[in-house]
Ligand binder design. Structure first.
Ligand code: ZN
Ligand code: ZN
Length: 176
């Protein structure tokens, strides 16, 4: 876990407020649930995370039950570019906090209640953007010019998803 700085804490609390405004109108969230969501500590993930955009961390209490320790969001979500997606990710984590632990059909139905439909589909774009930030290599298709940002070289072992040509390793500083 990474300790959030002052600016990140302010951004996280702003997100919490805007997500709770929406959740207050949802009939499945009661006062106890809202109080829990108001009190859960918010933090940030490591900035080099790519696949994980948010996470709810649990700890075992002395009586053996699970209690929420923290909800962490990717720090890049706290920039204005990703504001709408950040709200949706926090909503997703808040559903976990309320007790829906698994991504089952019920969870997905609740998740789909989030009113910003466009934000619900931004996960793959965010993953792609985070990979591109860290990429040292651009696996490049010499046939159709499709590009895949990657940290490691492909060493001729990977085919283009579109046209099945062997991808070439191009250093990112030359690819831009
Ligand atoms: Zn989840
Ligand atoms: Zn290709």
């Amino acid at each position: 876990m990474v300790r959030p700085n002052g600016g990140q804490l302010t951004a996280l609390e702003g997100l919490r407020e805007s997500v709770l405004v929406v959740m207050t109108s949802f009939p499945f969230v009661d006062d106890a649930g809202l109080a829990l969501l108001r009190s859960v500590p918010l933090g940030v993930l490591r900035k080099n995370a790519t696949q994980r955009h948010g996470v709810t961390r649990w700890m075992r209490s002395s009586t053996g039950g699970l209690t929420v320790q923290t909800v962490d969001l990717h720090p890049v979500l706290l920039t204005t570019d990703w504001e709408n997606y950040a709200s949706f990710v926090l909503y997703h984590e808040f559903l976990h906090v309320l007790g829906w632990r698994a991504h089952d059909a019920r969870f997905r139905a609740l998740e789909a209640l989030w009113p910003d439909g466009a934000a619900r589909t931004l996960g793959p774009s965010f993953t792609h953007a985070m990979r591109a930030r860290r990429a040292a290599w651009m696996w490049t298709c010499p046939s159709c010019d499709f590009r895949f940002p990657r940290q490691r070289r492909g060493r001729g072992k990977f085919l283009c998803r579109r046209c099945r040509t062997v991808l070439l390793d191009v250093p990112v500083k030359d690819a831009q």
